[in-house]
Design a protein around this ligand. Structure first.
Ligand SMILES: Nc1ncnc2c1ncn2[C@@H]1O[C@H](COP(=O)(O)OP(=O)(O)OP(=O)(O)O)[C@@H](O)[C@H]1O
Ligand SMILES: [Mg+2]
Length: 522
């Protein structure tokens, strides 16, 4: 603190400043005259080198692209940092496109985020700048946006950042993106094909099937085996490459109608976050179409062919005349007044005329070109009649896993009761239901149907008891839905055994067009 007396006057301050400036200029003139220029420059830079204040931090610049392709680290950081927004953040950008499930949150320019990883603090800053691009031939300069992140951290952790932190962000972003990903369900659009211009092509809608492994009534051991198999498949990219196999896996789901085959396909898609391509072979007439369609499927997808036993006939290749007749027939069936969507009708027509599509052709293509041109492909066939399938489909290595979806068990029933009625513990009717289920072949779909009849657990379970008793009363037997006949338990056993023996002894007959009146879709 100065006393009033000690405060220097403005004129004395000016005089001091003027004399100092004069001295500095004098020294500079003397040095310039006496010291040669190169030596002067060297001395100057050496002085700056030794006396500059050094930062202990390293800053990495992560730009959004390198002018050719996107920078994966930038994209991952953008996703990762959107989960690290702190209460201090002042400006954010939000967006939601029709195809997105959730609102996307991104940082606004200049915003900072503090993150910590393995006890180390990382400072992130989002930079968004606009630069003018001046090309020699452009009359008007265009503006280009540059987005980047600055990542600052103590220099000594440089290796940790490259070896652990950045890979961690890439992995985390993948998980977050998978969670947010809206799955698509692709089906065939035939409206433009065969004379209508264009060709058969995939159309997609959001896949909003709610089936998951939690909601599936399946024996826990089987469920675990399937989930573990899927996990192993997705994490073994390097393995498949090393052993020279295409990164694909095939599943055959078989069992009576209403046992959850389609639900399992949806559960697998939801679990892996894979899109579904529902290939209705009945709509494909030419190998060339099939090839084009399969090649246009995306990676990380499940290709499903439902009811493989009835959707493909395997005739010998027929003459071109017959193919022409088929095309004519197809055009007629699309004429007004005909039921073009009738599955029985179209499969009958196909069985009669289709000459170009064969199951072995399909399998060869799937084994060959298609499987090797993409990554993370799953193919699933479903059938109610495994014994009717062509041996080519069942030969080792073609379908990696055969999954039998069977009738409801006491465990499956309890899971459905918990899901549909919210019963968490026991119920007075459980004992009776469980013993009835053990001795009656009832599908999970039938059980679910009864449980949906009332929100009142007592009423719904009462309905289920009635159904089970009715089934028992029908001659202590079961309804063999696949055959559409009622048989006794013993006969079912005998019939199954007979079928199996027949299958083992003889080549399965080619089954052409099993007709079903109702068709459940994914
Ligand atoms: N195992 C199951 N767990 C839970 N729900 C099931 C199960 N099986 C069937 N359901 C219920 O029954 C309905 C029909 O099942 P789904 O379509 O999966 O049977 P499916 O085996 O594919 O029959 P289909 O052979 O006729 O195609 C489903 O929407 C689901 O609500
Ligand atoms: Mg099905």
């Amino acid at each position: 603190m100065f006393s009033t007396k000690e405060i220097p006057s403005a004129s004395s301050l000016f005089a001091t400043y003027a004399s100092m400036t004069a001295s500095v200029m004098l020294v500079r003139t003397v040095v310039n005259d006496l010291v040669p220029s190169p030596l002067r420059v060297y001395a100057h830079s050496a002085f700056r080198h030794f006396f500059k204040i050094r930062s202990s931090d390293l800053t990495l610049i992560i730009e959004d692209n390198n002018n050719i392709s996107r920078n994966q680290i930038y994209d991952a950081a953008e996703v990762y940092l959107s989960t690290k927004i702190s209460p201090n953040t002042e400006r954010l950008r939000i967006c939601k496109t029709p195809k997105e499930k959730k609102i996307t949150i991104r940082l606004e320019k200049g915003e900072k985020i503090i993150d910590s990883f393995q006890g180390i603090t990382f400072k992130w800053r989002f930079i968004h700048s606009e630069a003018e691009k001046n090309h020699p031939h452009d009359m008007y300069p265009s503006r280009s946006e540059k987005r980047s992140f600055e990542l600052s951290f103590p220099k000594k952790h440089k290796d940790l950042v490259f070896d652990s932190y950045v890979p961690f962000i890439l992995e985390e972003a993948k998980v977050i993106k998978d969670e947010q990903r809206v799955l698509r369900m692709f089906t065939l659009n035939t409206s433009h094909c065969y004379g209508g211009g264009g060709g058969i092509r995939w159309d997609s809608i959001n896949l909003e099937h709610p089936s998951t492994f939690e909601t599936l009534a399946m024996e826990p051991d089987l469920k675990n085996v399937v989930m573990e198999d899927l996990n192993r498949f997705v994490r073994r990219k390097d393995f498949y490459k090393r052993v020279g196999r295409a990164w694909k896996r095939g599943y055959l789901l078989y069992g009576p109608p209403g046992t959850g085959k389609s639900s399992l396909v949806a559960a697998m898609a939801n679990y892996l976050k894979f899109d579904i391509y529902d290939l209705q072979l009945a709509n494909i007439m030419r190998d060339s179409d099939l090839r084009r369609l399969l090649l246009s499927t995306g990676n990380r997808s499940i290709l499903v062919i439902e009811d493989i036993d009835c959707s493909v006939d395997l005739p010998d290749r027929r003459s071109g005349d017959e193919l022409q007749r088929f095309d004519d027939h197809f055009q007629q069936s699309k004429a007004p007044g005909t039921r073009s969507g009738d599955k029985a009708e179209s499969s009958g027509a196909k069985g009669q005329f289709n000459a170009q599509l064969t199951l072995s052709g399909l399998l060869n293509f799937i084994d060959g070109l298609w499987s090797s041109c993409g990554d993370e492909r799953i193919i699933i066939f479903t059938t109610n009649h495994k014994e009717r399938l062509d041996p080519a489909l069942l030969r080792p290595g073609r379908m990696d896993m055969h999954i039998h979806m069977s009738y409801c068990t006491p465990h499956g029933f309890k899971l459905l009761a918990a899901n549909y009625l919210g019963i968490s513990g026991e119920h007075s009717l459980y004992g009776e239901i469980e013993s009835l289920i053990e001795t009656t072949e009832v599908t999970p779909a039938q059980v679910a149907g009864e449980l949906m009849k009332s929100e009142d657990a007592d009423v719904a379970l009462g309905e289920l008891v009635n159904l089970l008793k009715r089934k028992k009363l029908e001659g202590d037997g079961v309804v063999d839905e696949a055959a559409g006949t009622t048989t006794t338990n013993q006969e079912v056993g005998i019939k199954k055994l007979a079928k199996r023996q027949k299958t083992e002894n003889t080549k399965p007959r080619k089954y052409n067009g099993r007709k079903r009146t109702t068709r459940k879709k994914l």
